[in-house]
Design a protein around this ligand. Structure first.
Ligand SMILES: [Zn+2]
Length: 252
């Protein structure tokens, strides 16, 4: 099986090279490492490819995570992304996050997130890049803004929004990505159950913790097994289809 981890944060994985060896052994052939701020964007662009192997390629994406927007730096960070747009596979991780009460009640913070998200999506649209979108607690706004701006290729990563929002994004031809959280998250399961296989990608968001255990790119297998079980399909078939989907979206 050939697998693609379409959303990881490799700079946060320790020790990285051992984790990448396990990924290679698990059949992972490509990983997209997401930038979330200035430091991780620099790492993704300049360092990540040094960890690639003969049969495991690493691709940088640059972004500004909604939870890590630095108002003083946002113009410079946007400029950095656009200057390097030809060197990256996608824009990400970008989006909105209203999950925490402190943000939910703070209109100023939400406005800054929305404004930054819109500016980033304009860059995505202008350069016809795919985008990986974080939408926790802000699912409807994320879907509506992506549609309004007219982004062509979008992946709603680890999507857990409503079925109504899911329908809107699928109608636009967008994708969702499945994480190992499928083994326990009702919301994520319901999304994947209601998404056709030809719109599903796999990812780990590693090293994010799932039920107390930190993850790594080889755990894309866990996402695969869960999707296969939900879809009552063979692992090999799901691997093949989701890998084809990823190739279609990111143009590897
Ligand atoms: Zn992420």
């Amino acid at each position: 099986m050939k697998l693609i981890d379409t959303h990881a944060h490799l700079e946060d994985i320790e020790p990285l090279d051992e984790a990448l060896t396990r990924a290679e052994q698990a059949g992972v052939t490509k990983i997209i490492t997401m930038g979330v701020d200035r430091k991780s964007n620099q790492w993704a662009l300049n360092e990540s490819s040094k960890h690639a192997r003969l049969s495991l390629k690493i691709y940088p994406a640059l972004g500004i995570h909604p939870s890590w927007i630095d108002e003083q730096r946002v113009d410079a960070d946007l400029e950095f992304i656009e200057e390097n747009i030809s060197k990256i596979i996608a824009v990400g991780e970008i989006g909105l996050d209203y999950w925490y009460k402190t943000v939910r009640k703070d209109e100023q913070k939400k406005n800054l997130q929305r404004e930054t998200f819109r500016r980033l999506l304009e860059v995505v649209k202008k350069h016809k890049k795919p985008v990986s979108i974080h939408s926790r607690g802000a699912w409807t706004d994320c879907v509506d803004i992506a549609i309004e701006i007219g982004v062509e290729k979008a992946v709603f990563h680890w999507f857990t929004g409503s079925l109504k929002d899911l329908k809107k994004l699928l109608d636009k031809g967008y994708y969702v990505s499945a994480t190992p959280a499928l083994s326990y998250s009702k919301e994520h399961k319901s999304i994947i159950e209601n998404t056709p296989l030809d719109r599903i990608l796999l990812e780990t968001d590693s090293p994010v913790m799932y039920q107390g255990e930190s993850s790594e790119p080889s755990h894309v297998l866990k996402a695969l097994y869960c999707v296969a079980e939900l879809k009552k399909e063979k692992n090999e078939i799901v691997a093949q289809i989701t890998t084809e989907n990823a190739k279609k979206v990111f143009g590897f």
